[in-house]
Design a protein around this ligand. Structure first.
Ligand code: ZN
Ligand code: ZN
Ligand code: FE
Length: 746
């Protein structure tokens, strides 16, 4: 008899019917059982069949299942007569919760089949697909502890639910039009509107209205992406003048608007169904029809975020008559994604909603494909709450995160549970969402942190939260956390050269860091090089007014300030005085600010309306090229400082000479790659280290990321980049957990 213990994503994904089917096919007897510590199997039969059984478990897994641990032992036979699926036992342990999964092809086929009971039923699902994380109340995952508990299964559904060979065996959200949730259409005042909710939705979207649409992990706000006025109205209401919106469309229509390859399509069609950022198609040559996305969907941006329908009702309104629909996160600015209509009444004309509560919210995940890798810009729906494996054991630790793109992370041994994307911690609503999710994670994963880590920055809400817990506290330098997180992702546990190019992070000297080259491991870091300190007048106020950065940096560099355009006389005077008196001037080595400076010098965005807008514009200006042949600007590296002032002076001269701004941007990118290589080489000489870890928000710049990977690799460095974790502050909590553990946990 083989006793097999399996851990991973093995519940709610059709795992037990899969085991049952294999066991019967291999003519084995015994049982399979779900427990809180994973799946337990006992199987008897001839040795050959047993080995084949094990081989097939590992090689024929259901699409959404994932095995993290697989153990088996041999015992004397117990002489089972049959193979059966036994009911859940509620013992202590560690089973994982599956992320929400996009509706599968089998279900969509039934959904489109006139003769099927669930024809056009908006809540069709099976063990391979459907909501999981968003509907769960407690573990182990079972219908009475989900938001489906109030829907009593009809005989038909129950029959499928109880049939081990059915695709819906123990699919907890199983439902049909007779017994399950229903769509409903509401007007602005939340009064129900008669008629077919989907027809109403399509009609109103086509009329240019803004509709709140209840989905899996929260609400979207939708409008017709081909209707300029509707998009403009949405921008006004959301107070979001420029930030790109994501567009949902069907597979058949994707290539009408973006350039896509097979790998991108695979990403879009994966069970996480993320938003994938793809290059816009520049012309409509070869298309059968003239449908254009409105210019203001992603203004002044060569890319657009695309995703496929992932809930069944998405397929009902994203249709040939309405092929491109903006589906942006349903939230008020600085608040988390909404789960009820009344939170969005100010923003929406009407609502497509339903009566299955959203218990746990998660925003759509976002992936940015970059040459040979993908950058996970936002790890949320479809990924949470699957853990990542840490390189070593930990004591239960909470990493609180930073401030922007907030997540927290909780560790249990070498599993790390990262929260969904919470948002920016500025508002009470966001911190409420943070705390609510934190409490749930503790309950589900049976965790009790013994150690807590937060950012060095004293003013963050997360820092105050950490200080109030009275647990042993480690304050972690922001960029050390950036590097440690990506080391953890690659299971690196040694000293490496860490490059953190970032916007803002509190330094050990109270300056604002962000252009840092470290030697680091999970315990310590040594700051080998950094960009020289430049003056940031007014701190955060300058960040939204890059032109002020351009002006202050030009003064500090001794460049011609007359060339800085788009800044008022008043602003000039104020900044001059601030610099003279060092009043409210922060010192910063931030790479993000250097991008802001150069971008504003080129007149791109004197002020910005969303984070990194000016830095992105500078990247886009480069075009889709390698900058390896560009001529770099001058820079100086002395002691521990990379002096960027010569760059600013030479950019200023190029502007005066009338050099094409595209060329200036290319030269600028090439300069960063060159001085990074030079600093890394110097670091390698003194340390003998060869592994280089890249992290920080600026690594979302693909010209820079690709250029650094290429150049460093060509110079015989081994480069590690963020893949399953984000380069931005979404991963800070991961590094915090690692570092805190090494410092006082073990
Ligand atoms: Zn399905
Ligand atoms: Zn039913
Ligand atoms: Fe950061």
């Amino acid at each position: 008899m083989y006793q097999i213990k399996i851990n991973g994503i093995v519940q709610g994904v059709g795992f037990r019917p899969f085991i049952y089917k294999l066991a019967t096919e291999q003519k084995l007897t015994g049982f399979v059982l779900n427990s809180t510590s994973g799946v337990l199997i006992e199987a008897e039969g001839n040795k050959n069949s047993l080995d084949k059984f094990i081989y097939r478990i590992k090689n024929e897994l259901p699409p959404a299942a994932k095995i993290n641990e697989f153990q088996f032992e041999e015992f004397p036979d117990k002489r089972y007569d049959t193979f059966e699926i036994r009911m859940s036992s509620r013992s202590k342990g560690s089973t994982l919760i599956s992320p929400d999964l996009a509706v599968c092809d089998d279900c969509i086929n039934e959904f489109n089949d006139h003769d099927d009971l669930r024809f056009q039923y908006a809540f069709i699902n099976c063990t391979n697909c459907g909501p999981r994380y968003s509907i769960i109340e407690d573990t182990p995952y079972d219908r009475p502890v989900t938001s489906m508990k109030s829907f009593v299964m009809c005989d038909y559904c129950e029959g499928e639910y109880k049939d081990p060979l059915n695709r819906r065996f123990h699919a907890q959200p199983v439902a049909c039009p007779q017994c399950g949730p229903q769509l409903q259409f509401l007007d602005k005042d939340l009064s129900p509107i008669l008629g077919n909710p989907i027809e109403n939705t399509i009609r109103d979207l086509k009329d240019g209205k803004i509709i709140g649409i209840k989905g899996i992990g929260g609400f979207h706000i939708a409008c017709d992406a081909t209707n300029y006025n509707a998009v403009e109205l949405l921008r006004q209401r959301k107070n979001r003048p420029h930030k790109p919106f994501a567009v949902m469309c069907n597979e058949a229509n994707i290539s009408d608007i973006v350039i896509i390859n097979y790998e991108h399509l695979k990403l879009l069609k994966s069970p996480a169904a993320p938003i994938v950022i793809l290059p816009k198609r520049s012309n409509s040559e070869g298309l059968n029809r003239e449908i254009k996305i409105a210019e203001n969907v992603a203004p002044q941006n060569p890319n657009i975020g695309i995703f496929l329908p992932y809930a069944p009702h998405h397929y009902q309104f994203v249709t040939e008559e309405l092929p491109f629909v903006i589906m942006t996160s349903g939230n008020n600015s600085n608040e988390p994604i909404a789960r009820t209509e009344n939170e969005l009444q100010e923003l929406c004309d009407c609502f497509l909603t339903h009566n299955r509560p959203i218990l746990n919210r998660s925003d759509d995940s976002i992936i940015l494909p970059a040459k040979e890798q993908n950058i996970l810009i936002r790890r949320s729906r479809g990924f949470v709450p699957s853990p990542i494996k840490l390189p070593s054991q930990t004591v239960p630790t909470l990493g609180c995160g930073a401030e922007l793109k907030l997540t927290f992370s909780l560790s249990r041994k070498n599993d790390l549970f990262i929260s969904p994307y919470i948002g920016n911690s500025g508002s009470k609503e966001t911190m409420d969402f943070y705390l609510e999710t934190y409490e749930k994670y503790l309950k589900w994963f049976k965790l009790k942190p013994e150690l807590i880590a937060c950012d060095l920055q004293p003013d963050f809400a997360t820092t105050r939260f950490a200080e109030n817990t009275k647990l042993p506290l480690v304050k972690v330098q922001h960029h050390h956390a950036h590097i440690s997180a990506i080391m953890a992702e690659h299971k690196l546990d040694e000293k490496v050269i860490g490059i953190s190019y970032d916007g803002t992070g509190y330094g050990t000297d109270a300056a604002i860091w962000g252009g840092e080259i470290f030697i680091a491991d999970h315990t310590n870091f040594e700051r080998l090089f950094h960009l020289n300190y430049m003056p940031l007048p007014g701190g955060d106020a300058a960040i939204t007014h890059p032109i002020r950065i351009a002006y202050a940096y030009s003064i500090a560099a001794g460049a011609n300030t007359e060339l800085v355009n788009g800044i008022s006389e008043l602003e000039r005077n104020v900044i001059q005085k601030q610099l003279q008196n060092s009043f409210n001037v922060f010192q910063t080595s931030s790479m993000g600010r250097l991008f802001d400076c150069i971008s504003a010098m080129l007149g791109l965005f004197p002020t910005i309306t969303f984070e990194a807008q000016s830095a992105m514009a500078l990247e886009f200006l480069c075009g889709n090229v390698s900058v390896s042949d560009s001529e770099p600007y001058s820079f100086e590296i002395s002691e521990d400082i990379i002096d960027i002032r010569p760059i600013i002076i030479e950019v200023s001269k190029d502007i005066q000479k009338g050099v094409d701004h595209k060329v200036i941007s290319q030269k600028f990118h090439k300069t960063i790659i060159d001085f990074t290589l030079a600093s890394v080489q110097k670091t390698s000489v003194v340390s003998g280290l060869n592994k280089v870890v890249l992290s920080g928000g600026v690594m979302q710049n693909r010209i820079l990321l690709n250029g650094l990977i290429e150049t460093l690799t060509r110079n015989n460095f081994t480069v590690y980049t963020p893949r399953n974790l984000s380069p931005n502050d979404g991963s800070i909590s991961v590094g915090q957990v690692m570092i805190a553990n090494r410092i006082i946990g073990s």
